[in-house]
Design a protein around this ligand. Structure first.
Ligand code: RB5
Length: 144
């Protein structure tokens, strides 16, 4: 919901998408916390996954968005944090289901694997879809 703070971070493979997605969610009324990287120089994706996980743990942001080249490395890295449920999605259906069924708190996209229009659609759906709770909460509880 707008007024919510959304943290965003990327490596060099996701830099271009981060800039576009950040501007999209700000236009939708969300607050942004940009944790880097800040240009397309080569960096290590675990560093940015860890920054984003820490921002959510410290209460700086409620949810987050991560982008690397494939989305794979940064999703593996961020899911090592027990308070994170990050979903690497490739279309609007998986973006919706990761919220409804998994209460995902981090959306992950691949800057070299998913077209920008699809990525923008995934972001909108992720931000606007509510968790369904009930049996899905029971399953999430079994992971903590
Ligand atoms: C960086 O070249 C690339 O390996 C990274 O962005 C990501 O795709 C890793 O999973």
């Amino acid at each position: 919901m707008p007024n919510e703070v959304i943290a965003i971070a990327c490596d060099h493979g996701g830099f271009e998408y981060k800039e576009i997605l950040k501007s999209d969610y700000k236009k939708m009324g969300y607050e942004g916390a940009d944790l880097g990287c800040y240009d397309d120089s080569s960096v290590d994706y675990p560093d940015y996954a860890n920054k984003l996980a820490d921002a959510i743990k410290d209460g700086l942001a409620e949810r987050g968005v991560l982008v690397c080249g494939s989305g794979i490395g940064i999703s593996i890295a961020v899911n090592r944090h027990l308070h994170i449920r990050a979903a690497l999605v490739h279309d609007a259906l998986t973006a919706r289901l990761c919220r409804e069924h998994n209460n995902a708190n981090v959306l992950v996209l691949g800057g070299r694997t998913t077209g920008i229009a699809v990525a923008q659609d995934c972001l909108k759906v992720f931000l606007e879809t509510e968790f369904e709770g009930d049996r899905h909460q029971r399953r999430i509880d079994k992971m903590s």
